[in-house]
Ligand binder design. Sequence first.
Ligand SMILES: [Zn+2]
Length: 106
Amino acid sequence: MSRDLLTDLERSDEYCVLRFADGLSFRLSYFSIRSNCQCAKCKPRQENDQRRIELEQEIARLRVEKPRVTPVGRYGVQLEWPSGCSSGIHSFSHLREVCEAHGEQI
Ligand SMILES: [Zn+2]
């Protein structure tokens, strides 16, 4: 589906702009991406409110920094931040969900 195909990812200092094949673009903070990371370490920490709050507080304490982006096949990207978790693979469909939940459509 074209809504699940990321065509461009533009990095700014604190947020990025994601463009999808259906023509929609979103501004999304790195904080939102990091607090919804799907890796084995971060995902279990989003399962209940208390753990999610702790995860978000931990991320909020980290320095805001621009991630390194590596494409993963045709379905996702790996984002590497010098601090904190950098092993997460972020699929396009997941990024789109995070955009719709936390991003700002532009
Ligand atoms: Zn993670």
